[in-house]
Each structure stands twice: as C-alpha cells, then as structure tokens.
Design a protein around this ligand. Sequence first.
Ligand SMILES: CC(C)(COP(=O)([O-])OP(=O)([O-])OC[C@H]1O[C@@H](n2cnc3c(N)ncnc32)[C@H](O)[C@@H]1OP(=O)([O-])[O-])[C@@H](O)C(=O)NCCC(=O)NCCSC(=O)C[C@@](C)(O)CC(=O)[O-]
Ligand SMILES: NC(=O)C1=CN([C@@H]2O[C@H](COP(=O)(O)OP(=O)(O)OC[C@H]3O[C@@H](n4cnc5c(N)ncnc54)[C@H](OP(=O)(O)O)[C@@H]3O)[C@@H](O)[C@H]2O)C=CC1
Length: 424
Amino acid sequence: MDSRISGFYKLPVEERRETIADLADLSAEATEAIGGTGLDDDRADTVSENVIGTLEYPLSVATNFRVDGEDRLIPMAIEETSVVAAASYAARMARTQGGFETEVDAPRMIAQIQAVDVADPQAARMRILKEKERLQELADEQDPTLVKFGGGCEDIEVRVIDTPTGQMVVTHLIVNVQDAMGGNAVNTMAEALAPEIEALTGGDVEMRILSNLADRRLARATCTIPPEELADEDSEFTGEEVRDRIVDAWAFAMGDPYRAATHNKGIMNGIDAVTTATFNDWRAMEAGAHVYAARDGYDSLTSYEVDADGNLACSIELPIQVGTVGGATGLQPVAQAAMEILDVDSAEEMAGVLASVGLAQNLAALRALVSEGIQQGHMSLHAQNLAIQAGAEGDQIDAVASRMIEEGDIGQAQAEAILEELEE
Ligand SMILES: CC(C)(COP(=O)([O-])OP(=O)([O-])OC[C@H]1O[C@@H](n2cnc3c(N)ncnc32)[C@H](O)[C@@H]1OP(=O)([O-])[O-])[C@@H](O)C(=O)NCCC(=O)NCCSC(=O)C[C@@](C)(O)CC(=O)[O-]
Ligand SMILES: NC(=O)C1=CN([C@@H]2O[C@H](COP(=O)(O)OP(=O)(O)OC[C@H]3O[C@@H](n4cnc5c(N)ncnc54)[C@H](OP(=O)(O)O)[C@@H]3O)[C@@H](O)[C@H]2O)C=CC1
C-alpha cells in the first residue's frame, strides 16, 4: 500500500472514499459506515446519558505517512481547517528520508490507591511491599482475560506523599494492559485491593483510580528533514534559514510556557484527531501529554536540532494511552472503519503512529509559522467556512472564498461585504 497520494485533496469526496476503501482494503461494512450516518439513537443512548441526538465530525485521511518502514493512512476527525493538510505536508517531507521511526514502551498504566490517617506511613509502606506478590496475584484474579493475553499487574510501588491535609500512603499498581487503554481494567484492580491496603496500613482508603500521568507508557518518534524540503522557490527564506528558525521556534517553546502551551496544542491537533476518529478517550491523552510536558517546568514535547549532515533532526516523546480493544472503540461503526484504515495490530503499534502524527503536526505548524506565517494556509482553507457563515450558498461559496484569498483579506466581515456586493 502506497500512502503517497499526490493531489488526493483535489478529488471529490466520493472518489476519495473509494480510493481509501481500495487502498485500505476496507470491508463492505466499513465502507458503508463511512458513507452513512454513524451512530443510531439506540447505540448513542448506551454510549452516553440523556442523549438527544448525535453530532457529526468530518472523517478525513492524512496521506503520505510512512512509519517504521510501513506506509499508513491516518484517519482524523477534527473541526479545524488545515490540520489534516498540514499533517500530510509534513509526512511528505519526512518520507524523503524514510519517514518516521518509533520506539514505544510496553503498555503499562498506573492505578493509585490513596490511604489517609495512617499512623506510621513509612512502616505501612514496608508492610505493603512485603505483601507485593500476594497483592499482585489478587489484582490479576480480577482480569483473567488480560492475563491470558499476556498482561496483568507487573509491579507495586508505594509512595509516602506530603499534602495539605497531612501525609498519605499512595500505592501504585503498575499494570500491563496490552491492547486496552486500561481505565476500566486498572480501576477494577484498584478497587479490589482497597480492603487489603486498608488492613495493611491501618488507615482509611479513600480514592482508587488510574493516573493519567501514564509515564510508563511513553511513545517516541523521530524523523529527519533535509533543508531543501523546508522551502520552495517562492519562499522568502532558504531551506537552511527555515531549518534554523524552526530550531529557534522550539527553543522559544522550551523557554516560555506561554509559547509551549500553543506549541503542544499544535501537537495535540493531530493526536486528538486520530483519537477522536477511533473513539478513544482524548481527555486522557490530553491530560497525560500536558502533565508530562510539565515534569521539569512546562515546555515542549518535541525537540529539534541540526544534525551533522545539516538536516533538521526532529523528535517527540509523550505518554500515549489508547486502546485497540475495549472502552467505547467498538461501539461506533465509523470509528471501527477508522481502525480498519489505521490497520494497526496492537495498542503499541497505534501509539507509535500517534506519536508520529503529533510530530508531523508540530513540524508543519512550525515550518509555516517561521516562514509564510500560519494565516496563509490556515485562513485560505478556512475561507469557505467564513463564506458559508456569512450566508453564501452554492456557487457563491467559492466566489466569496476566492475573492478573500486573492485580496489577502480573509475574515467574517469581509465575507459578508463580498456577499452583499455579489447579491446587488
Ligand atoms: C496548509 C498547508 C499544508 C498548505 O501548504 P502549501 O504550501 O499550499 O502546500 P502544497 O501545495 O505545497 O502541498 C504540499 C502537500 O500538503 C498537502 N496539502 C496541501 N494543501 C492541502 C489541502 N488543501 N488538503 C489536503 N492536503 C493538502 C498535500 O499532501 C500536498 O502534497 P501533494 O498532495 O500536493 O503532493 C501549509 O500552509 C501548512 O502546513 N500550514 C500549517 C497549518 C497548521 O499547522 N494548521 C494547524 C492549525 S493552527 C493551530 O491550531 C496550531 C498552531 C499553529 O497554533 C500551533 C503552533 O502555534 O505551534
Ligand atoms: N481517568 C481516565 O482516563 C478514565 C478512563 N476511563 C475509561 O476507561 C475506558 C477504557 O478502559 P479499558 O480498561 O481499556 O476498557 P475495557 O474494560 O472495556 O477493556 C479492557 C478489557 O478488554 C479485555 N480484552 C480483550 N482482549 C484484550 C487485549 N488484547 N488486551 C487487553 N485487554 C483485552 C480485557 O478483559 P475482559 O474481557 O475481562 O474485560 C480487558 O480488561 C475508556 O472508555 C475510558 O474513557 C474510565 C475511568 C477513568
């Protein structure tokens, strides 16, 4: 399968759908689901509460991705223009040097059991650690399926922490959750172990819940971009200048949390879009990514440097907590189709792809920001939306959008003014 589909975006929607169905060898159900309406009322009513309908997102596919030597089509669901285009652009740059290389930790989640009012916290800690093996066995008994697939509770750690209401003994279950995101699986284990922890500490167990700081489940991706890929003949800057300016952009995010928040938001544009398309829990991903970025003072999740050959060496590291089984992933037919497009064999493989998408997204945004600026690409693609919001219909949409792009003045007021003129 070749994910390099030049000009994919110029095809009509129907033709794009057929191309992807063909390339990804989609099942008849998946193809039908993508062209259909997604969740029906009955299914939606089991996914959430007080349901009154469903909300549609566009389902897009980013092209040009090669990850660990394999071409990939990336399903993305997002309401923001230019994100999918940008990911495809960066993936095109990266594939000139073989694409993205990834390295992913085993899928280990942490569940926390909080004990308060413990008389001697350090002694209680030692008592829990002495019983570690028995506690691990008890945890594993809660999820024989997970154990059967090679997962289960692999370790127990105990921390004594200082808090505004006094010291607490916090037990961490380190659980290999295999292909699951793991939220439900580890929470069940934590709840089952609570009475044991209460007995061992002599305190009160209050909270039993997973931690979204999934720092035992990190994914890393790297890529290398030759300077000539970073600027075309119309660019005001040479490739070397763009490369160096990208390194300065990264340094800005390392030195300033105001910038780092936006820099990392750009990374999550891509990761959240894939997480949403596959009906995974994007709030967990967001929480984990930002707290990981804050571990030594909030800064960038990516890094950039110039390598010995003068190329831009790009990398990312962040926790990825997604599943290919469990949670809500199997409930939404379009999300299942998205999983078929993604075509990953495990949650680990999916984590590597997500890290690559995050890196691509950041690289594309930084390239645009340090050269022509973000508005040219982003606002040109947003122009049609503005035209529609101004009331344009049919042919008027393109007419209003192209006038705004031509005149370099893209905004709601301008769209309304052009439409008024056209209607006179
Ligand atoms: C938008 C582009 C890609 C245009 O860039 P361009 O120079 O017009 O692109 P091109 O015509 O040279 O095409 C290059 C490739 O880009 C893709 N491409 C090109 N156009 C399309 C399209 N319409 N639809 C789908 N794919 C498109 C496509 O893969 C194409 O290859 P081809 O198919 O031609 O062989 C560029 O300007 C860009 O990368 N801009 C960055 C946009 C961005 O990052 N948006 C995110 C939203 S802004 C934000 O929320 C985050 C931010 C920016 O604040 C984060 C931060 O501050 O760090
Ligand atoms: N803070 C947070 O992020 C929280 C998140 N959540 C939610 O948790 C949900 C995810 O929980 P999760 O535990 O993944 O979901 P599930 O419990 O739905 O799925 C996990 C289960 O699937 C079964 N399973 C079958 N095949 C495999 C396999 N190959 N690898 C692993 N497990 C397999 C296992 O056992 P079995 O068949 O016995 O079930 C496992 O326990 C998400 O919906 C998330 O929103 C919940 C609470 C808090």
